[in-house]
Design a protein around this ligand. Structure first.
Ligand code: SAM
Length: 223
């Protein structure tokens, strides 16, 4: 039911009460509560189908008294200070970033955040910086041919270089096999685009952007 990606996210959950935003079938809160890792969870969902699926799933596990399934957008489903930890997983970085920035008032007590973006994680790191969070751990995992980044953030200040913002400060330092696989693929993709536009006068602005990106890769990553 719960795959390696969400199991890895679960490892970083801390405290007694958590909220999973965009919970879909509520697999993560069900795992955390039924394994007694935490005592109480909120499962938030904006779309009716997944919301109904979450409510049904929670009820069928006999957990309706310990997992509150709520319909709404982002952090509007929780009260300030209600949970120790918030997970937002399986979405693009810009959507996660938007949920955090829109719901910033709910983050006043600085719950731990565990964020798993599918793409454009830089947008999440940028939002964390604005919100007074610092990244304290990162992970990168491969599941069924897809590569996912996970970041864990707590209250604090951080200053990230362009490379750290793009690749992740801890992931960049470690540069493990999965990290290299992800970015090598992206690097080759960028190089192919560069070749298709290199002699097209109308595309010079785009070419410059791509060349700046390629330079960032070359300087930061040991392929
Ligand atoms: N978190 C689960 C996981 O990682 O497997 C489900 C990921 S699923 C791809 C993304 C879920 O987020 C969908 O069920 C979608 O309806 C929900 N979602 C998207 N935007 C949302 C928002 N602003 N607030 C709450 N849920 C949202």
């Amino acid at each position: 039911m719960i795959g390696n990606r969400l199991l890895k996210v679960a490892e970083y959950v801390k405290g007694e009460r958590m909220a999973d935003i965009g919970s879909d079938h509520a697999y993560l809160p069900i795992h955390l509560v039924s394994s007694e890792q935490i005592s109480y969870a909120v499962a938030g969902e904006i779309v009716d189908g997944p919301f109904q699926a979450a409510a049904k799933n929670v009820a069928s596990h006999g957990l309706s008294g310990r997992i509150s399934v709520r319909k709404g957008s982002g952090l509007e489903v929780i009260e300030k200070g209600e949970v120790d930890c918030i997970t937002i997983c399986g979405m693009g970085g810009p959507l996660i970033s938007d949920i955090l920035l829109t719901g910033s008032k709910k983050l006043a007590d600085k719950p731990r955040l565990i964020l798993q973006s599918n793409i454009h994680s830089a947008a999440v790191r940028n939002a964390l910086m604005k919100l007074g969070y610092q990244i304290i751990a990162e992970d990168i995992i491969k599941e069924k041919k897809h590569i996912y980044e996970i970041m864990v953030a707590e209250a604090g200040e951080m200053q990230l270089s362009d490379a750290e913002m793009k690749f992740g400060p801890y992931l960049l330092k470690e540069q493990n096999e999965t990290f290299n696989e992800k970015w090598q693929k992206e690097y080759l993709h960028l190089q192919r685009i560069e070749q298709t536009i290199i002699d097209k006068p109308a595309q010079q602005e785009k070419l410059q952007e791509i060349e700046a990106q390629l330079k960032l890769y070359q300087e930061a990553i040991h392929f």
